[in-house]
Each structure stands twice: as structure tokens, then as C-alpha cells.
Design a protein around this ligand. Structure first.
Ligand SMILES: Cc1cc2nc3c(=O)[nH]c(=O)nc-3n(C[C@H](O)[C@H](O)[C@H](O)COP(=O)(O)OP(=O)(O)OC[C@H]3O[C@@H](n4cnc5c(N)ncnc54)[C@H](O)[C@@H]3O)c2cc1C
Length: 480
């Protein structure tokens, strides 16, 4: 046990996004009981002037716009667990029931995504041949290869070319702004990989899981491969959670201060900041994007650091278009739509934000559309000016939704490195990242580049990591 009378443990965390802030606050809470005299010192270093990383809500002119994520799915427990611990439950905002209606833009029309077998049979999103090929999934043999499979290869093998192009491809663009031809099924959608491995196929898994749920007396809400759950945020926007975490950490969050270098220092670490100051740390957690981690961890993890620096990210532009009540734009009915790559549109899709969270994201009677652009196959977005991006966004909402009115509110956000791409080989990298504390005790690497792309995944990793950091400090540091 570390002697509290002589030593107050210090944990340094690089990155003030949800991963770093949640890990920091959870570590501090966990160690409060273990070191009742002084607790532990937690320092979160963030080079930007604002905490939250990709989570960033902007409220202006009666609109409330998300520059990054719009919410998290309530079908997974981790973010909700953190929300509960923070006492933010009363602020939660669940998407409207109508937001279960999601659309795909195909051949000049919006097609509703089928939610049940009768809708599937009636849908014009797929041809009869395409539908039969999906049903034939039941008889496909499971993959027994050793190599990581791409999402495209998996979808073609199990569901056929049409389902791949019209269903999986837009879904992958919607979640990862990614290219399924290069992405790893196992890293991007580990649950789908496991369903095939453990049950022999997706339909087989769906039937077996539904049967097991019925036996337990539970209600089944979605199929095994669907997103499941409702998009959930907060009344004031998603950055309510990162704002609360930063407020709880108080002056433990140091804004405008990034990590430049990490070196081993006896049983702990010497963390050099970009202004030259050096902090001694008993434990260090990297929760920064992969490229930054690759730079400051070069001295402690040279091989992995090189791979971090090489990990690709897709660029994105997010264009918010607001229409006041008098503009003649009707509130769209549903969640929004995605455009498959084969449609060759200049957008990934559009979120109908004011319909997802009615009354909370636009002035009364107004409409807020969030246009997502760029992605792994449209890296040219990074070189386009704001004026060009806006012109593209407006042309596209006119072509796909018939919205030609001039918006009275426009906000453009650019992310040159928006979303890490889990290409084939990522699963091996992820496994090695999980083994880092076995090789360098006291060091953890988290963040959405490694353990899952979503806010839920970041919170799951924060809960796991905080427990491991607390256990490490309580046990006393092992000999190097
Ligand atoms: C446009 C967009 C839409 C999205 N939509 C959704 C969605 O609807 N639902 C969902 O679940 N997920 C969504 N995501 C993904 C989600 O935003 C991320 O998974 C999550 O916010 C990542 O959190 P993080 O803390 O791991 O990383 P980040 O938020 O990237 O935080 C990392 C932090 O590290 C800091 N940093 C950089 N360099 C250094 C350094 N040298 N030292 C210290 N710190 C450093 C950065 O400034 C940053 O603040 C979306 C992402 C984008 C871009």
C-alpha cells in the first residue's frame, strides 16, 4: 500500500475529451476512499481552451447545434452509468419516438429503413433478388479464416452485393465516415463478428437471442445487427456531460496545456508539457487522439507509437442549417437519411436535428438540419473553403429533400481528423494497446482510436481504466 502520510499519488491524463475527463473523474472518485486523508491528485491536460474534445455544443440565435456527436444510444449501459453517478439523470433528453424512422437516399428518393418483416417485404429499397439474397444469409457458412475480414467482404459473403451497397455501406459511412472496403469487421462491429462466430450467422443469432429473451420474460426491441436503443442527449446539448465532468475536476483540468513528451522516471513517469514544464506522475493515461499519443509516447512505447502516428482518420465538415418558422420549411418526420456511396452525393447524410429532439434544438416552429460531409472516400472536403462547403450542403438538401429556402442560421464546423479508421489490422493493434499496462505498469492508452468509436465505448473504457488505475495505485507500484 502506498503510504498516504508521505505520498499523495498523482495521475496525469493527456486529453480533455470524454475519454480523459471521465477517466480522470472516476479515478479521483475511486481513490477518495482509498486515500481518505488527501485523496489523489488528478491532472487532465488539454491543449485546447475548451474541455470536451469532439463533444461541443454551440447555442446561438435560438438554435442548439452539435459540432460533433449528437448523442449516444441508451441500449448500452456505460454512458448512462456515468450520467447517474454525476446526478445528471434529470437532464437526459431521449430522441422523439418518430426518430425511429430512418431513411436511405436511393435513386432520387428517400426510402424508409424497414423495421419489421412486413416493411422489409414491401420496401422498395431492395429488389426482390436482393431481399432473397438477404434471407439466404440463414444458410451461409460462417467465416473460419484467420485473417481480419473487411466489412465489405463480410457483407458481400453473408448478405450479398445489394445489401452491402444499400444498407451496410451507408451505415458504415453514418457511424465511421469510413470505407467498408478497408475497414475491419472485428474492430468496427465486434458484436456482429461475435454473432457469426458464436451462433453461425446473423439470423441464427437473432432467433436464438430472441428465444433466450422470451424465456427470461424480456421484450426484444431490435435485431442483433441493428443499432438498437434511442439516441440520447441532454436538454442543453451533449456537452452537458463533459462540462459537468470538467466542473467536478475543477482546477485539475488544465486548459491550453498539451503533453509533449512522456518518459519513465523510476517507477512512475516524467510528463513534459508543451510549454516545457515537467510533472511527475505515478500513473499516466493517454486519452489523446492517436497521432498526438504517437508523438508523446515515442520514448516509452516506440513500436506502438509509430503505429499510432500512422493510424488514419477521416476528415469531416458538419454544416448546420437553421430555418425560422416563416421560411416555409416543414419539420421532417424522422431521424434523417444517409446516402450510399453508389449515389455519388456530396454529403454523407443529413440529421433532422429539430425532429430528433423536438422543441430543444431550434426556435419554436423552426427546423434545424445537420448536414454531414466528407469521410474516408471524400478527403477532398479538407481542402474546400467554407463557402464551397456551404454551397454543396445547400445544393444537396435541395436535391435530396427539396429544401430550397435560404437558411437564416448557418454554422460550419471542420474536423480535419474527425474519426479514426479501424482498417484491417486494427484488431491486432487494439489487443496490443490493451496489453500496454502489462509491459509498462502505470501506463494506459485509451480514446476512441482504439476501443470503439462511440461515446458509449469511450465511457466503457473510462470505467475499466479508472478501476485499473485505482487498483494499481492502491496496490503500490510494482518493481520495474
Ligand atoms: C462529426 C462527428 C459526429 C459524431 N457523432 C457521434 C454520435 O452521434 N454518437 C457517438 O457515440 N459518437 C459520435 N462521434 C464520435 C465521438 O465524438 C467520439 O467517440 C468521442 O467524442 C471521442 O472522445 P475522446 O475523448 O476519445 O477523443 P476526443 O474528443 O478527440 O478528445 C481528445 C482530446 O485530446 C486532446 N489532445 C490532442 N493533443 C493532445 C496532447 N498533445 N496532449 C493532451 N491532449 C491532447 C484534444 O485536443 C482533444 O480534446 C462523432 C464524432 C464526430 C467527429
Amino acid at each position: 500500500m502506498t503510504d498516504e502520510r508521505t505520498h499523495r499519488p498523482r495521475v496525469v491524463i493527456a486529453g480533455g475529451g470524454i475519454s480523459g475527463l471521465a477517466t480522470g473523474w472516476l479515478v479521483r472518485e475511486a481513490l477518495r476512499d482509498a486515500f481518505p486523508l488527501h485523496g489523489a491528485e488528478v491532472v487532465v491536460l488539454e491543449p485546447e481552451r475548451r474541455p470536451g474534445g469532439k463533444i461541443w455544443t454551440v447555442a446561438e440565435s435560438g438554435y442548439r447545434v452539435e459540432a460533433g456527436p449528437n448523442g449516444f444510444l441508451d441500449s448500452k449501459p456505460w454512458t448512462l452509468d456515468l450520467v447517474k453517478r454525476l446526478g445528471l439523470d434529470a437532464e437526459l433528453l431521449r430522441s422523439d419516438a418518430a426518430a425511429r424512422k430512418r431513411y436511405i437516399y436511393l435513386n432520387g428518393e428517400l426510402h424508409r429503413l424497414p423495421e419489421n418483416p412486413p416493411m422489409f417485404l414491401k420496401s422498395r429499397l431492395l429488389t426482390w433478388r436482393g431481399k432473397l439474397r438477404i434471407v439466404a444469409e440463414l444458410w451461409q457458412r460462417p467465416y473460419r479464416g484467420e485473417a481480419e475480414e473487411t466489412l465489405a467482404a463480410f457483407a458481400r459473403r453473408r448478405l450479398g452485393e445489394e445489401a452491402y451497397r444499400r444498407l451496410l455501406d451507408p451505415m458504415v459511412m453514418g457511424v465511421f465516415a469510413g470505407n467498408p472496403e478497408t475497414m475491419s469487421l472485428r474492430s468496427a462491429f465486434p458484436r456482429i463478428f461475435e454473432l457469426e462466430r458464436d451462433y453461425g450467422g446473423l439470423f441464427k443469432a437473432m432467433f436464438r437471442l430472441a428465444r433466450e429473451k422470451r424465456r427470461r420474460g424480456e421484450k426484444s426491441e431490435s435485431g442483433p445487427a441493428g443499432p438498437g436503443g434511442a439516441l440520447t442527449s441532454f436538454n442543453a446539448g451533449l456537452d452537458a456531460i463533459t462540462g459537468e465532468l470538467a466542473a467536478r475536476l475543477g482546477d485539475g483540468v488544465r486548459l491550453g496545456r498539451g503533453v509533449a513528451q512522456v518518459a519513465r522516471n523510476g517507477r512512475g513517469f516524467a510528463v513534459t508539457l508543451d510549454d516545457g514544464e515537467t510533472l511527475a506522475a505515478d500513473a499516466f493515461v493517454s486519452a489523446a487522439p492517436a497521432d498526438a499519443a504517437g508523438r508523446f509516447l515515442d520514448g516509452v512505447l516506440p513500436d506502438l507509437a509509430a503505429e499510432f502516428r500512422a493510424l488514419p482518420y477521416s476528415p469531416m465538415a458538419v454544416v448546420a442549417l437553421g430555418f425560422a418558422p416563416g421560411r416555409g420549411v416543414a419539420a421532417p418526420d424522422g431521424f434523417g437519411f444517409l446516402a450510399p456511396w453508389t449515389e455519388r452525393r456530396d454529403i454523407l447524410g443529413v440529421l433532422w436535428s429539430s425532429s430528433i429532439f423536438p422543441g430543444r434544438r431550434a426556435p419554436d416552429g423552426g427546423v434545424l438540419l445537420t448536414v454531414m460531409m466528407g469521410g474516408a472516400r471524400r478527403t477532398d472536403i479538407a481542402g474546400r473553403t467554407d463557402a464551397e462547403v456551404l454551397a454543396d450542403a445547400r445544393r444537396e438538401v435541395a436535391a435530396t429533400m427539396g429544401v430550397t429556402a435560404e437558411p437564416d442560421f448557418v454554422k460550419i464546423f471542420r474536423w480535419d481528423r474527425a474519426i479514426p479508421q479501424y482498417n484491417v489490422g486494427h484488431w491486432t493493434l487494439r489487443t496490443r494497446v490493451e496489453q500496454v499496462p502489462d509491459h509498462v505498469p502505470g501506463l494506459w492508452v485509451v480514446g476512441n482510436a482504439f476501443h470503439g468509436i462511440g461515446v458509449n465505448d469511450c465511457c466503457a473504457a473510462a470505467l475499466r481504466t479508472a478501476a485499473a488505475v485505482a487498483a494499481h495505485l492502491q496496490a503500490g507500484r510494482p518493481e520495474p
